[in-house]
Design a protein around this ligand. Structure first.
Ligand SMILES: *[C@@H]1O[C@H](CO)[C@@H](O)[C@H](O)[C@H]1NC(C)=O
Ligand SMILES: *[C@@H]1O[C@H](CO)[C@@H](O)[C@H](O)[C@H]1NC(C)=O
Ligand SMILES: *[C@@H]1O[C@H](CO)[C@@H](O)[C@H](O)[C@H]1NC(C)=O
Length: 361
């Protein structure tokens, strides 16, 4: 899947961007002011990845300097091939390595939370003054142990949270250059759910157990109906509805269950996760059904029955696709390219993330 990040426009990203710009502009005023009226004796406040410091001739001009990014360890031990980020983002390529001999020289170090969270002592080597440490995590706080150990350690955050320094969502909407009719895959079945992590007593399992009293739900995954990975999308596409139930409820924690399983397969997502308002920051309001819209599972079941028998109303859930295409973000290589892109397009500011554990909840 080719992802041209530059051409993708998340539906409320503009609004968010302007809001952020506004908020940040006041915080940045002081440093920007300094930037415009540089004081030669003070380099530290306006080090930039893009602009070579005129006074410092000992380092090569930054335009010829390829940024080196050390990936501290393979995320979850999963090896992958690095990609040329220039093909994805239009900014120069970075040199990626997992070779820790680079730990003093690298411009930035990406550390994947779950692989370092129990091992912070080993991280306690002093980074070079301009090196940036990036905290990388796509899991929810419920599945991110030992967050307290991460306080005061990192310079940048990279996660699915919209207010991360490097925003790394599980999916995004692409604005089509021309309106295009969307062909809804033909529907022969009602409700599907693919679940691997079955936790008795979790909110989503309890909701499912209530829902299935009123409507048949085909459950796939471990201990349920078998479903090979390459059959996921064609199988799910036959269903009217897909239960995109998150394993835990946290702000912005909207995963591949929605972007890949439900939207890429061309079905209507029934979501359980953060509140509807949060989903609406990522998606049009009429693109999904939220369990909180109904007082009970039986009311939801009734609604799904009615909708499946009313073609016109059902089709309404696909109207937004005339202009917008959901794109599931897959692969670590793309995620680390986001860091490469960020480092080259954002002015360097000295900062430390003090209360990571208070923020990431
Ligand atoms: C990246 O670009 C280099 C040349 O700049 C090329 O040799 C290499 O094959 C490219 N890698 C990928 C994965 O496209
Ligand atoms: C890591 O980098 C060092 C220094 O560039 C080099 O000597 C060493 O062979 C590299 N190790 C691996 C496993 O590539
Ligand atoms: C990054 O954070 C460390 C603390 O872990 C700090 O010593 C260093 O100055 C920070 N670097 C930048 C570029 O902000």
């Amino acid at each position: 899947m080719e992802l041209m990040e530059g051409k993708k426009i998340s539906w409320k990203k503009f609004l968010t961007f302007f809001l952020f710009s506004f908020v940040f502009s006041s915080c940045l005023f002081v440093s920007l002011h300094q930037f415009r009226t540089p004081k030669p004796e003070d380099h530290s406040s306006h080090l930039s990845t893009q602009m070579p410091l005129a006074e410092n001739t000992s380092t090569p001009p930054k335009s010829e300097h390829r940024l080196t990014i050390l990936l501290w360890s393979w995320p979850f031990g999963q090896h992958f091939n690095f990609r040329n980020c220039s093909e994805l983002f239009g900014t120069p390529d970075c040199y990626f390595t997992v070779n820790r001999s680079w730990s003093q020289k690298a411009d930035a170090v990406i550390m994947h939370h779950r692989d370092v969270c129990w091992d912070t002592k080993r991280l306690a080597q002093i980074p070079t003054p301009s090196q940036r440490w990036i905290w990388f995590n796509l899991e929810s706080p419920s599945h991110s142990p030992n967050l307290g150990a991460m306080d005061n350690l990192f310079n940048l955050t990279m996660s699915y949270r919209r207010d991360s320094d490097i925003f790394s969502p599980y999916g995004d909407l692409q604005l089509l250059s021309q309106p295009q009719p969307f062909n809804i895959p033909s529907k022969t079945k009602m409700v599907a759910w693919v679940v691997s992590n079955w936790q008795v007593g979790s909110r989503r399992v309890k909701y499912y157990q209530e829902l299935k009293k009123y409507i048949a739900v085909d459950v796939y995954g471990q201990h349920h109906l078998p479903l090979p990975r390459d059959k996921l999308l064609p199988t799910v596409s036959q269903y009217n509805f897909y239960l995109a139930f998150e394993n835990s409820q946290h702000e912005d924690y909207i995963t591949e269950k929605l972007w890949m399983n439900a939207l890429s397969s061309g079905t209507v997502p029934v979501v359980l996760g953060p509140p509807r308002e949060n989903y609406e920051r990522f998606l049009p309001p009429d693109s999904f059904i939220h369990v909180d819209d109904f007082p009970s599972a039986s009311d939801l079941a009734q609604y799904l029955w009615e909708l499946s028998r009313d073609t016109e109303r059902y089709q309404h859930y696909f109207q937004w696709r005339k202009w917008l295409k959901p794109v599931a973000v897959t692969g670590w290589a793309l995620q680390v390219c986001r860091a490469c892109h960020f480092l080259q397009t954002t002015e360097t500011r000295y900062r430390v993330v003090p209360d990571l554990s208070e923020w990431f909840v």
